[in-house]
Design a binder for this molecule. Structure first.
Ligand code: AVJ
Length: 339
């Protein structure tokens, strides 16, 4: 897979392998047996789902990817200048690393070379994006970690003792928006546990904004987001032998201003019965019943400050676009109170 010039500059560390199939079955079972039916958005990203998500990112209404890319393109040199010693760059859930390029470029520009350590559960995604990056950047070394975020960071922390380099941990794309607010604090707090004082997190986060903009971004005219969300039913049909009739379900995105979250659901249009033989389930849906599929939480400046503080960080610096749609936040870990 690697071309000649990339040889020796790529290693992949395989973390403990998760039983995704088992987790998927458990999630579908408990979600469909719950009084308010729901499914977990982490299972949206099978091969087709990942392709559909990339397609979402190119839809005119879905601004986050483009806006974040434009911020990073503009301020990457400033971001990397906030860290003196040459850091390792870690990325959580790198995907296609499209936006990370700007950080990599700025770091190599400044320090001559860079160790990039992307953490992602998908081995294939890691190999694919590394191949392109290694070709583009001769000064780049990639040490990919195939693991869950926290596990991956722990793996890296075990080795960090031997390395003097501080680490810049990029968590882009407002992926934090999938967490409920309290869970976001818990997760960031857990990330902090695996950081040293000189390390920094660069968090890309989508801001609260006009409801019309958000409703359009999560229900694009081409119907891509609907297909992306419905793909979970397709996956259940394929992997668990289900017989969801896709025509029965209508996609709905709704921004709840008070919650500050876009709620994505599938609404059952007429009564229907769904069998999932692999799970021994026979589920009834009434007309109008909904399956809650995904949340995308948005943040105000004040909410970002509180999130950072509650998770044990200080906001060191922020950068955003002219329309205040999206923000990059540099987080500095704070000493544990009482330590
Ligand atoms: C990957 C969680 C950042 O919430 O904007 C986009 C997922 N779902 N359109 C988002 C998503 C439907 C996306 N995140």
């Amino acid at each position: 897979m690697m071309s000649g010039s990339s040889e020796g500059r790529f290693t992949l560390i395989q973390g403990p392998e998760m039983d995704t199939n088992r987790a998927f079955r458990d999630d579908v079972r408990s979600g469909l047996l719950a009084r308010s039916k729901r499914m977990s958005c982490r299972f949206l990203y099978d091969d087709r789902g990942s392709k559909l998500f990339e397609e979402i990112c190119t839809q005119p209404e879905y601004y986050p990817t483009r806006v974040e890319a434009s911020i990073l393109e503009r301020v990457a040199p400033k971001i990397v200048s906030t860290i003196d010693a040459p850091p390792h760059l870690i990325e959580l859930g790198s995907g296609s690393a499209e936006k990370t390029r700007f950080l990599i470029e700025a770091l190599i520009e400044r320090h001559g070379s860079l160790v990039f350590e992307p953490i992602d559960i998908s081995r294939a995604a890691l190999e694919e994006s590394a191949a392109g990056l290694l070709e583009q950047f001769p000064g780049l070394i990639v040490r990919a970690i195939a693991a869950e975020y926290i596990t991956g960071l722990e793996l890296l922390a075990q080795e960090a003792g031997s390395s003097e380099s501080p680490r810049l941990v990029a968590w882009l794309g407002s992926s934090i928006g999938n967490f409920e607010r309290r869970d976001a604090v818990t997760f960031l707090g857990a990330l902090r546990q695996s950081l040293l004082p000189a390390d920094r997190i660069l968090l890309g986060i989508d801001l609260r904004k006009d409801a019309a903009v958000l409703n359009a971004a999560y229900d694009d005219a081409a119907g891509t987001t609907g297909r992306f969300i419905k793909n979970l039913l397709v996956r259940i049909n394929r992997e668990l032998g289900g017989n969801f009739d896709l025509e029965c379900f209508r996609y709905q995105a709704r921004y709840d201003e008070e919650q500050g979250a876009v709620e994505m659901s599938l609404i059952c249009e007429r009564p229907c019965q769904v069998m999932i033989p692999e799970l021994g389930l026979d589920i009834h849906f009434t007309a109008g019943e909904s399956i809650h599929m995904e949340d995308s939480y948005k943040y105000s400046a004040t909410e970002i400050e509180a999130l950072a503080r509650d998770a044990g960080f200080l906001v060191q610096e922020c950068w955003e676009d002219d329309r205040h749609y999206f923000r990059e936040v540099l987080l500095e870990p704070q000493p544990e109170p009482g330590s």
